[in-house]
Every structure is written in C-alpha cells, then in structure tokens.
Design a protein around this ligand. Structure first.
Ligand SMILES: NC(=O)c1ccc[n+]([C@@H]2O[C@H](COP(=O)([O-])OP(=O)(O)OC[C@H]3O[C@@H](n4cnc5c(N)ncnc54)[C@H](O)[C@@H]3O)[C@@H](O)[C@H]2O)c1
Length: 432
C-alpha cells in the first residue's frame, strides 16, 4: 500500500485516483473546484466514464479514496503526488498554458514535509519536468528531498478504466533509481511493459503518439477525399490497409475529423514547441489543415443537398467528441452546430450522455429526448458521433419522421448502398 495524492479530479485524475485506490493504495484526490468536490463527497461523479462511478463508490466505502481541496494536506499525507491538472492552449499560437501545473508544483513545494515523488501525468511540452524541478527546488523549505517523474497518460475517454488497468505500456521518465523503484512498485499489480527513460524523452513520447494518431486520421480523410473524386470506397481502402500489420486498422476511420480535449491542443502544442526550438513541423501543420478542412467539406455537403441553410431544421445526432463520453471539449459536432447556426439553421440535437454539458454552452438548440424526436420534421439529420445507439436506429421509422429522407453522416455509420435502397438521400465521407 502506497500513500498517493492525485491533484486534479478531471477525466485523468479521477480515473487515476480510482484505479490506484482499487489496486490497494490509499489515495487522496484534490481539486480546487468546490462544487465538484461537494458532489464527489456525495457520490455524484462529475463526468460520464463507464465503470468510474462504481469504482469510486466501492473505494470510498473501503476508505481507500477521499476528496479534499487542500494540496498542502494531501502532500503532507502522501509520498507520491500525481499532477493531473489541465494544460489548455493559451492564445492562438498553440502555446500551452502551464499555469495550473506551476501553481500545483509551487503548493506541493511549500507543503513538503519529507521525501516526495512528484509525478507529472498532465500532457506538457518537453522540458516542463525540468521547470517543475527548478520551481520545487527554489520554493521548498529546508533540506527535504524530492524527485520529479514524467508519467504521461495514454487512457482514452470512454474506456479509461480498462486502459488504466490494462495499458499497452507504462512510460516512466526518471532521474533517480529511488524514483524508478517507487514507480515500479506502484505499478507492479498492472501487467504491462514499462519503458524507462529520461524526463524529456517521456514528454516527447506522449506528443509523438498523439500527433501520429492525428496524422493517421488526417491521412485517411485525405484518402477519403480522393475516393469521392473517383467513385471509390474509403472503408474498403481502410480495411485492406489495416490488414497490413505494419499499418493496422485503428484510427483509419474517415469522417468529420478529430476533436476532443487532447488531439487538437496537443497537435498545436507540439507544432508550437518544435517551432520554438527551430524546427518547422510542416507535416503536422498539414495534418491540422486537413482536419480543419473536413468540417468545411461536411458543411458543403449539407449546402449542396439542402441548397439554402437559412431556416432549415437540422437534427444533430451526437454532441460528444466521440462515443462513450460526455466530453464536448473541442467537439466537431459543437463546431458544426455553430457553423449551421451562423447560417441561420434551426438546430435540434440529441446525445446519450452529453446533453447536460451541451446545455451550458449552446444556446438556441432544442435538446431532444431521443434520436427519433430529433428526426421529427427535420429537413436533414446530421450524424456527428458514432454512438452504438445510432447504428441500431429503426431506419424505416426515421424515414417516416424526417420531413425529407436526408441523412448527412459525418461518421460513416451506415452502408451507403442499403441507405440508397431504403430511399434515403445519404451522404457520408469517402464512400460511393
Ligand atoms: N482527457 C483525456 O483523455 C486525457 C488523456 C491523456 C492525457 N490527458 C492530459 O491530462 C491532463 C488533464 O486532462 P483532463 O481531461 O483530466 O482535464 P480536466 O479539465 O478534466 O481536469 C483537470 C482538473 O484539474 C483541476 N484543477 C485545475 N487547477 C487546479 C489546482 N490549482 N488545484 C487543484 N485542482 C486543479 C480542475 O478543476 C479539473 O477538475 C491534461 O494535460 C490532458 O492533456 C488527458
């Protein structure tokens, strides 16, 4: 049993805290959002993540996990401290806002009452570990010892518990054998290869992974756009490409492009970081441009089909940036809705889990109780998130409810041939 503090009770922090508690550690989870903490103490989980609520309830009962707002108290009572706060983009040039990381590192330094292992799990630009180390060194009182570790997180929202308990690898950027041993001990119940390296390499690994995955998505979207020009089917291209083990099928899904909290901001951050170091990362700039253009292409498909967007009723299925999460940060769906509203369309929308979060940021969208209500009297149904629920919709019923049988599918969830046979005007991405 190790004494662990997790600072930042968000998508990464809560999952990390719950999993480490479930592995038998004593975990104190800290956040500065009082409302979030009050809810957590009542057993109300602020995010939708399959399995998370059960895990937190179970570990609260056995007193292995607790929620407080004091970094000082958590630091004093723990040996290993994870920093899991947000690292959003600052301004328009892709620079990362590291103010939360700096604030947390400073508070930890002020509270240290013995050896502490400070673990950065937030996604940060390379050399942030070094900055954390310098800051703690400068602020700490007396001769207390500490180590800084970079332990980037690779979990995927929607399968975050599984990913944390069964990771494909654990990356540990360390500078001392003491830090390495503590991290190995903490992760010993988890069966996964451990890659041990220095801190800057660990930080680069995270950015390299996310930008490679973004590149795969933009690559297949570029192929999809060519497919549309020559009557070819990108799904078949992806299937055949994916059978090649050197390539793999994952992240070869053509569509409206990638959104979410991580990919867009991490891509911007890596381009910005590389540029600052004197390397113009042109490849990633093109990846970003293709992704931005995908939304515009989808918008053009809607205009091409409906002609005039003004006053058209458009039903949107899916608001979260991907299925199995309620996260709408940088969701392409939300961006599309804003573009359509700008063209004066009337929007109705439905999502299985992201309605609450959407309500707080989108005005003048009628949120519906299900997909069928969204389709009722709509001039067009726009599919933006590939929830399983949408794949199983009764298409006959949908056709009757729509004012005209038009479906624009930004996630390629239906077979175009079948949709044609059913009498839909069905437009998807890169499929004939
Ligand atoms: N969400 C993901 O899928 C994912 C995956 C891998 C890595 N990451 C990275 O992990 C980090 C966290 O991401 P997230 O999605 O969990 O963010 P989040 O916004 O969901 O959570 C961050 C939490 O930190 C809290 N916080 C901020 N400042 C604080 C402070 N000074 N003291 C205490 N708490 C504070 C916030 O209130 C919030 O609850 C980011 O760097 C992100 O890039 C995220």
């Amino acid at each position: 049993m190790q004494k662990v503090a997790v600072i930042g009770a968000g998508y990464v922090g809560l999952v990390t805290a719950a999993c480490l508690a479930d592995l038998g550690n004593r975990v104190i989870c800290v956040d500065n959002d009082r409302k979030k903490l009050e809810n957590l103490k009542k057993g109300i989980i602020p995010i939708y993540e399959p399995g998370l609520e059960e895990l937190i309830v179970k570990n609260r009962k056995s007193r292995r996990i607790s929620f407080i707002n004091s970094i000082k108290e958590a630091t004093r009572k723990s040996e290993i401290i994870f920093i899991c706060v947000g690292t959003p983009t600052q301004g328009s040039h892709g620079q990362t806002d590291l103010s939360a990381v700096e604030k947390v590192a400073s508070e930890i330094a002020r509270a240290m009452n013995g050896y502490k292992l400070i673990v950065s799990k937030s996604t940060v630009p390379t050399q942030t570990g070094e900055r954390i180390k310098r800051t703690v060194e400068m602020i700490k009182r007396g001769s207390v010892d500490f180590d800084v570790v970079s332990n980037p997180e690779f979990l995927r929202e929607g399968s975050a518990i599984y990913d944390t308990m069964h990771p494909e690898r654990i990356v540990i950027g360390v500078e001392s054998s003491r830090a390495q041993e503590l991290m190995r001990k903490l992760y010993s119940p988890i069966k996964a290869p451990i890659v041990v390296t220095n801190i800057p390499t660990a930080e680069i690994i995270k950015h390299a992974c996310n930008s490679f995955l973004s590149t795969k998505i933009s690559f297949i979207n570029a192929i999809a756009n060519i497919c549309e020009l020559v009557n070819a089917d990108v799904e078949k291209v992806a299937e055949a490409m994916g059978l090649d083990k050197r390539i793999g099928r994952q992240f070869l899904n053509a569509g409206a492009g990638f959104g979410g909290y991580c990919f867009p901001k991490d891509l911007d951050a890596f381009i910005h970081f590389a540029g600052n170091k004197g390397y113009d990362f042109e490849l990633l700039k093109v990846v970003r441009k293709i992704n931005t253009d995908q939304k515009k292409l989808l918008m053009r498909k809607i205009e091409d089909t409906l002609w005039i967007i003004k006053d058209k009723n458009i039903g949107v299925l899916g608001l979260s940036f991907k299925p199995n999460t309620d996260d709408i940060r940088n969701s392409i769906s939300i961006e599309m809705i804003k573009m359509l509203q700008h063209s004066q369309a009337k929007i109705k929308a439905y999502d299985p889990h992201a309605m609450g979060k959407t309500r707080t940021i989108l005005k003048e969208v009628k949120l519906c109780k299900d997909a069928y209500e969204t389709a009722r009297n709509s001039d067009c149904l726009l599919i933006m998130t590939e929830w399983d629920e949408f794949k199983q919709l009764d298409l006959f019923k949908l056709k009757k409810l729509l004012r005209q049988p038009v479906i624009i599918d930004g996630r390629n969830i239906f077979d175009p041939q079948r949709m044609k046979e059913l009498g839909f005007v069905y437009k998807c991405v890169g499929r004939c």
